[in-house]
Every structure is written in structure tokens, then in C-alpha cells.
Design a protein. Structure first.
Length: 811
């Protein structure tokens, strides 16, 4: 237990006045102990106190000293109480004498000391002393053990009668050790406790030790558990030790209960649960997990979790199981939002879930648990809900929210592409009457049919939405032209106007449509709604069953254009489009030296429209080409007629930039000249500066080609454009027509006068003829003439007039 050898050598103190004894002792113990010598009573006690010797030799044969008092003084020092004292006596002392000294427990050595006897005696004492110390320590250990480790220890004889036990207070079986002694085990331990141990006790007595756990009860009924060891100690003694393991037992039971609870919980849980080890291999699958994955627990056990929990995203790409991430990062990891589980049979299930690492007692991830559930239905429901949120329940058309979204998107796109966008409000006329007379069921069915027709009548990119009631809003992005908006809305209006059949009954509906356009009417979504609404209001006011644009101008322009086209479609252009002529007069003799052909449009109601009202439209629609050709041909016919009648004048025809740019203009001109017999040198083409402002080489080629036909060329509205004077010089031009605005202002505004003067000088320098346009008064004519202009055109000399009038004037 303790290594005594590690102790320092034992110390012996000899208290003696003569050194001879000390010499013998030192000799006797040479190399085995330190021998210290003290003489004199006081020195001896002081030394004993500081030295703490293991053994003291006290010479009591010193005359004049009370050896007894010294002995007791030594014994009274606490550290020396158990130190053996050997008294050295005179050589004649006998046992009775020694007895009389009354020194209990002391041993005696007679003088003269013999080395052998002294050594033997001292060693015996030292050995005893050591043993006593060991025993004392063992006893202490034992009592500590009993105190700190709850073990009941008892010894029994062959009849199972108690010899002894360590339970002084009777804590274990209700009987203190003293009362237990002599009792049979049945009575000592209690009948129940004995019965549980009877068999092992019998076996242990027969020689085979037993180690087992047993359930015990205390006298008060409390149950406890003990680990029992029965060990035979020789033939007649049996040692019994019982350690209380109630706490362990309880922990075990609690653990069992806990596990059982977890097992039942997992099995009744509505969520699927898969547990894995730290390697991601499956250790557990609850029934729901079996159900969802299609894997039975037995098949899945020890398989990699990725094989059992096969996850994909909505594009079908495999996703890693969150288990590995949870293990690697030691945190809870959610599954991807669009996660789908591929079942064992290949089926797909929308799932959500998360994985968490399970830490062991040392704080390391010992495995992971994935919990997930099937959300297919919830996801489908969400899709349905979203659809409901953005659609009208009755017609399944987009509702206002979705329309608004699409409108904003379309506006953004239109802004980038520069395209036009139409917003139509379509309202069924008098629909309330049907609801009131036929009932809402019929009304609803009709609305569904209308919705269907509208959808069928639209282009793929259009959106028709129902706002509730009998009002529909239609979004038409990417419109090429206003006409297209007009045509599409007309088409919708007509579709609604066709009869509806519901069972046996036929219903005739009509609709009014209001149209607003981006960017013509507004660039703002709300304003487009308001404008469409206002237009719808006007359509209703007009007597319903109409389409109306928000803007009056657009409306007008559209109507005009439609009429224009209609006239052409009907082949009525000969009657509808007229050519007026305005004379050009030589101021010297007031003779008419030429005429300018100016187009007029006679509408169905007989009103005559000036070119400003329809030429821009004709240019936009391309109708300017047939119209221009019509004027050219008429002017040639009339010119030829006048020449044949002997009038020497030229005929000027306005040619728009679009006509010039069109392929085959020259060919057409040549053919017309030929067909009408008009002399080319009598025909003048009036081109605006804008025609010349294009590509120089192209213009040059074009003008040269025209000139090669023999016709002359005039630049119309000269001074308002940006033609470069340098090029002007090289172009084959014959006439400059000074623009009306300078003529109008030349008398009141000096800069206009200066411009006129400059144009005149330039024309003279370049050898070009001059015509002044818009001459309205004699003063203007005089001023122009003073500058050197000879040919005048303007109301002062004659307004544009029908051909009959010109005929009369010329004759
Ligand atoms: P333009 O070629 O400059 O024709 C002259 C315009 O001035 C004519 O208008 C004429 O009526 C007007 N005018 C003439 N004298 C006076 C005057 O003293 N005072 C005022 N205030 N105005 C006067 P109109 O007939 O309305 O024609 C307008 C424009 O339409 C023409 O301007 C021409 O550019 C275009 N145009 C006319 N006919 C044709 C055609 O057959 N083809 C093409 N491409 N353009 C045409
Ligand atoms: Ca002209
Ligand atoms: Ca002009």
C-alpha cells in the first residue's frame, strides 16, 4: 500500500548520561538507523521534540534523576505518544522492580547492553511500529471507503449466521451491525431480500463465487438495486458485498423509457424522419419516411442517405442531401425551396425539410437527422391560389392586378422599342337588362362566351382582362399604327355583335369601345386608363355599339384616312381627287406664262379639302404614290390640251420626296409623257429643298436622269430648307421659287427683304429663273419687280382654280 522503504532512515534517540550505551546502540544499528544521543533531562526532551524519533532508549539507571517523570514527559508529547520507549535498567533490576516503575508499555534492556540483543530488540520494536502504522492506515482507508463508497459488507458463517457487518447504523437493512450479529441471513436481511439471494448464497457456500444484481426493498418499502458479490473466505466464512446501483439502474430505465418514447413519437409523427451515422449512412427510417421514399427500413439500413433521400430541383438537377452539409458545418440545413424527392419507383414529390447534426457527449457530430414532409398538395394549392389572385373567377381571364402588371411591363418595353400601345375599354351595351330579365346565371354564361370570343379575336401578345361586371380591358402592345388599333377594336366590337346561342335562345349583344394610345394620348398607365374610360363614355354617348379614340385628332385622322382608303378601294379616285391650277404671271405684260397643279380632295359630302389636310396622311399610308401619279397624268393631259389650243405655257407639278424615292419614278414619268403626248420641255417638276438635302450623289444621279427626259426642275419653298448652296450650284436646276413667307414679310421685315434680295442676286449669278410665291398685293409685286423678279404667283394674280375656270381664263 505504501512503500515504507521510501521513508528516510529511522531515527533512534538514546537518552543516557554515559556514552558507552550509545556506542553499543550505534554499533548495533550501524547502517540501519540514525542514532542520536542526548544527556541531561532538558536537552533530551528538547531533542525528542524536534527529532521526532521512531524509537527512544531511556537510561533509567541514572542516579539522581526521576526517570519516571522523563518517561511520562515523553509520552505526553503528542507526536511521541505511540513511539516505543525501551528503558535501559541496571544489571540487577528484576521484573518486580521494573513492574513497580509503572511505565506501561515500556520494554526493558538490562545493562550491560549486548550488541546482538539490543539490535534484535530495537528491530522488533521498529517492525512492530511499522506494522502498527500500516494497519492504522489500512483501517483509515477502510473507513474512508465505507464512507465514500456505499457498499454493505458482511461476513457469514456456514449456517448463514451473521458474523459481522460494516453497517453500524443499520442504514442498509434496518439493523445496526450489533443487532445483526448472530442473526440468520433471512432475519438479518429481510425475507424478500433473502429469497432473491438464496440460490447464489447456497452456491457461494458450495464454493463458487457469485456476482449479480438484485432488487432490494428497505423496511419502509423503498426499492433499491444492488450489485452483489458473494465470495467464500475459507470453508466457513462467506463475504458479502452489496454496492448500491440504484442511480445507475434509474438512469438505465430512464434511458430505456426515453428511447421508447422517441421511437413511438417518431412512428406516429406526420413528418418523415431519417437518421444517419456520422458517415451519412442510414440508421433509422420512420414509417412516413418509408412511405415517402418508397424504401423499407431493412433495405435502407446502412445505405448512403443520398440514395434513399434522392433530391432534385424543379429542373430535375440532383441536389446534395442536406445531411452532409449539416454534418460538415455542424448546423441545421434546410432543403432547397423547389426541392423534389425522387421516390424509389421514380415518382416525384415536392418536399420541404431540414437536416440537423446530432452531437455526441464529446460535442462531435455523431450523426444527423433529416425531417421532411410532402408539400405537393400545398404547392399545388399555392399555384391555384396565385392563379386565383390574378384571375377573374368567372371567366378565368386575367384580373385588374395582372393587367396592371402587364401594362407596366408593356409600357416599359414600348418606351424602349418606340412602339405604340393600345388600351381598350370594352363595355357591353345594356347588359344589365339581360341580367335583370334572364337572371344572373344566363348573364354569367354570356360573359363567359364574350370572354372566349374576345380571346379568340386577339393577337398572341394581347391581354384581355375582366374588371368585374360587363367591362373588359384589353391591352394591345406593339401596335404598328393607329389604324391597327382601330381595326382590332372594330374587330372586337363586331365579334361581340355576332349573335350568341345559349341552349335554345339567341342573344344579340353589342359593345362600346374606348381606346387610348401610348404615346399619342399619354405615357402614364393611370392616365391611359382614364383616357380609355373617357373615350368609352363618348362611345356610349354616341349611341353605343361604337369604337371611339380618346383623342379627337386621332379619331379625325383615322376617319379621314379610312375615307381616303375607301375612295381608292372603290376606284372613285377620279371623281374624288381634283387638280386645281394657279397661274404664274409675267409682271411685264401680265401674260400667264405657266400654271401650277395643286391637288384637291372632294369628300362624299361635297366639301373640298386642301392638301394640308390629307397629304401628310397620304404620305404616311403610301397613298401619295397613286395620288401623285394621278395629278401628274391629269396635269399632262390638261397641258397637252392647252398647247394644242395654242397656249404657250408650262405646267408645274409638285412631286413629294416619297415619289422621287420610289423605284421607277423616272420610268413612270417617261411613260406618262408618252401616253399623254405632253411635251417634256413644257413640264416642270417642283421639288422641295428636303429632296436635295439627302445623299449628294444619289440626288445628282436622280436629277440628271429627270433632266435627261427633258423636263425642267424648280426648287419649291426656297430659303426655308437647309440646302447647301455649294451643291445647289452643281445641281441641274432651272428655277428657284422664293418661299411665300419671305414675300409676305418683305415689306414689314427688313431681314425678309434682305433674304429676297440675296436669293434674287444668287439666282441671277447662277443663271436660274425666279418665281415669287404668295404674292397677294400690288406693293409686293412692285417690290419684287424692283428687285428683278419677273414671274409672280399668288392670290393677287389668281387663286388656284378648277380646270374649267383655267380653261376660261386661258381662252
Ligand atoms: P406649294 O407647292 O408651295 O403650293 C402653293 C400653296 O400656296 C398652295 O396651297 C396655294 O394655294 C397657296 N397660295 C398660292 N398663292 C397664295 C397667296 O397669295 N397667299 C396664300 N396665303 N397662299 C397662296 P395648297 O394648294 O393648299 O397646297 C399646299 C401644298 O400642298 C403645296 O405647297 C404643295 O407643297 C402641296 N401640294 C399641292 N398639290 C400637290 C400635289 O399634287 N402633289 C404634292 N406632292 N404636293 C402637293
Ligand atoms: Ca409648289
Ligand atoms: Ca411653295
Amino acid at each position: 500500500m505504501f512503500n515504507e522503504r521510501l521513508r528516510e532512515p529511522e531515527r533512534i534517540l538514546i537518552i543516557d548520561d554515559s556514552p558507552s550505551n550509545a556506542r553499543v546502540v550505534a554499533e548495533a544499528l550501524r547502517g540501519q538507523a540514525e542514532v542520536h544521543h542526548a544527556s541531561g533531562e532538558r536537552a533530551a526532551l528538547g531533542m525528542a521534540r524536534s527529532l521526532k524519533p521512531d524509537l527512544i532508549l531511556l537510561d533509567i539507571a541514572v542516579p539522581g534523576r526521576d526517570s519516571r517523570a522523563v518517561y511520562h514527559a515523553l509520552k505526553a508529547m503528542p507526536p511521541l505518544r505511540d513511539v516505543p520507549i525501551i528503558c535501559i535498567t541496571g544489571k540487577d533490576a528484576d521484573d518486580d522492580q521494573l513492574q513497580a516503575l509503572g511505565m506501561d508499555g515500556a520494554d526493558f534492556l538490562r545493562q550491560p547492553l549486548s550488541v546482538q540483543e539490543t539490535r534484535a530488540r530495537i528491530q522488533t520494536h521498529l517492525t512492530l511500529q511499522r506494522k502498527a502504522r500500516l494497519l492504522e492506515r489500512a483501517a483509515q482507508d477502510m473507513s474512508d471507503m465505507r464512507r465514500y463508497f456505499p457498499v454493505f459488507i458482511a461476513y457469514w458463517n456456514a449456517d448463514l449466521r451473521n458474523i459481522s457487518c460494516n453497517d453500524a447504523e443499520g442504514c442498509w437493512f434496518g439493523l445496526p451491525a450489533a443487532d445483526m450479529a448472530g442473526l440468520h441471513a433471512r432475519d438479518a436481511l429481510g425475507a424478500d431480500n433473502y429469497r432473491a439471494m438464496a440460490e447464489p448464497l447456497r452456491q457461494a457456500l458450495a464454493g463458487s463465487d457469485a456476482l449479480f444484481e438484485s432488487r432490494f426493498s428497505r423496511p419502509d418499502g423503498e426499492i433499491w438495486y444492488g450489485r452483489v458479490a458473494l465470495i467464500s473466505r475459507g470453508a466457513n466464512v462467506l463475504m458479502m458485498s452489496i454496492a448500491d446501483v440504484t442511480d445507475d439502474k434509474r438512469t438505465q430505465h430512464a434511458l430505456f423509457d426515453e428511447k421508447e418514447r422517441a421511437r413511438v413519437t417518431l412512428n406516429v409523427l406526420a413528418d418523415a424522419v431519417i437518421a444517419t451515422d456520422d458517415d451519412g449512412r442510414v440508421t433509422f427510417l420512420n414509417p412516413i419516411a418509408e412511405n415517402l421514399t418508397g424504401w423499407q427500413f431493412d433495405d435502407a439500413l446502412n445505405q448512403p442517405v443520398d440514395m434513399i433521400l434522392l433530391l432534385r430541383n424543379s429542373q430535375g438537377r440532383a441536389l446534395p442531401s442536406p445531411t452532409h452539409l449539416a454534418l460538415a458545418e455542424r448546423r441545421t440545413v434546410g432543403m432547397a425551396l423547389d426541392c423534389e424527392l425522387q421516390q424509389r419507383d421514380g415518382g416525384l414529390l415536392a418536399v420541404v425539410g431540414r437536416a440537423a447534426p446530432v452531437m455526441d457527449h464529446a460535442g462531435r457530430p455523431g450523426g444527423a437527422v433529416v425531417v421532411f414532409h410532402d408539400v405537393s398538395e400545398a404547392r399545388a394549392m399555392a399555384v391555384r391560389m396565385t392563379h386565383l389572385a390574378y384571375h377573374d373567377a368567372l371567366t378565368n381571364l386575367p384580373n385588374r392586378i395582372l393587367l396592371q402588371d402587364r401594362l407596366l411591363q408593356a409600357l416599359q418595353q414600348a418606351e424602349q422599342s418606340g412602339e405604340r400601345l393600345g388600351l381598350l375599354m370594352l363595355d357591353l351595351d345594356h347588359f344589365q337588362l339581360i341580367n335583370d330579365s334572364m337572371g344572373h346565371a344566363v348573364g354569367d354564361q354570356l360573359l363567359q362566351l364574350v370572354a372566349l370570343r374576345l380571346q379568340q379575336g386577339l393577337r398572341p401578345g394581347d391581354t384581355v382582362s375582366r374588371q368585374g361586371g360587363d367591362e373588359f380591358i384589353i391591352l394591345m402592345p406593339g401596335l404598328g399604327s393607329i389604324e391597327q388599333a382601330g381595326m382590332l377594336s372594330e374587330k372586337l366590337r363586331r365579334l361581340v355583335a355576332e349573335p350568341f346561342q345559349l341552349g335554345e335562345s339567341r342573344y344579340d349583344l353589342s359593345a362600346s369601345v374606348g381606346i387610348s394610345l401610348y404615346p399619342d394620348d399619354s405615357r402614364d398607365a393611370d392616365e391611359l386608363y382614364r383616357h380609355a374610360d373617357a373615350a368609352l363614355y363618348h362611345a356610349k354617348q354616341q349611341g353605343r355599339n361604337h369604337c371611339r379614340f380618346f383623342s379627337g385628332e386621332i379619331e379625325e385622322a383615322l376617319l379621314t384616312r379610312q375615307a381616303l382608303e375607301r375612295h381608292f378601294r372603290m376606284g372613285a379616285e377620279q371623281e374624288s381627287f381634283l387638280v386645281y391650277y394657279q397661274p404664274k404671271v409675267d409682271v411685264e405684260d401680265l401674260s400667264t406664262v405657266g400654271v401650277e397643279a395643286l391637288m384637291r380632295w372632294r369628300k362624299e359630302d361635297g366639301a373640298i379639302l386642301a392638301p394640308a389636310e390629307f397629304i401628310p396622311l397620304a404620305e404616311k399610308t403610301g397613298l401619295i404614290l397613286p395620288l401623285g401619279q394621278l395629278v401628274l397624268r391629269q396635269a399632262c393631259l390638261d397641258g397637252k390640251r392647252w398647247h394644242d389650243a395654242g397656249c404657250d405655257l408650262h405646267v408645274a407639278v409638285n412631286v413629294s420626296a416619297m415619289q422621287i424615292a420610289a423605284a421607277g419614278f423616272c420610268e413612270q414619268l417617261r411613260a406618262t409623257l408618252k401616253e399623254t403626248g405632253m411635251a417634256p420641255d413644257r413640264l416642270q417638276l417642283e421639288l422641295t429643298e428636303s429632296v436635295l438635302a439627302r445623299d449628294v450623289e444619289l440626288t445628282m444621279a436622280m436629277l440628271s436622269e429627270l433632266k435627261s427626259l427633258g423636263v425642267s426642275i424648280a426648287i419649291d419653298d426656297f430659303g426655308t430648307g437647309y440646302s447647301s448652296l455649294s451643291y445647289l450650284k452643281s445641281f441641274p436646276i432651272d428655277v428657284l421659287k422664293i418661299d411665300q413667307s419671305f414675300v409676305r414679310d418683305m415689306l414689314s421685315d427688313s431681314s425678309s427683304g434682305a433674304i429676297v434680295a440675296a436669293i434674287v442676286r444668287m439666282a441671277q449669278a447662277m443663271g436660274l429663273s425666279l418665281v415669287a410665291e404668295g404674292v397677294e398685293s400690288a406693293e409686293q409685286a412692285h417690290a419684287l419687280a424692283r428687285q428683278g423678279v419677273r414671274i409672280m404667283q399668288g392670290f393677287y394674280y389668281g387663286k388656284p382654280m378648277p380646270v374649267e375656270e383655267m380653261d376660261r381664263r386661258l381662252s
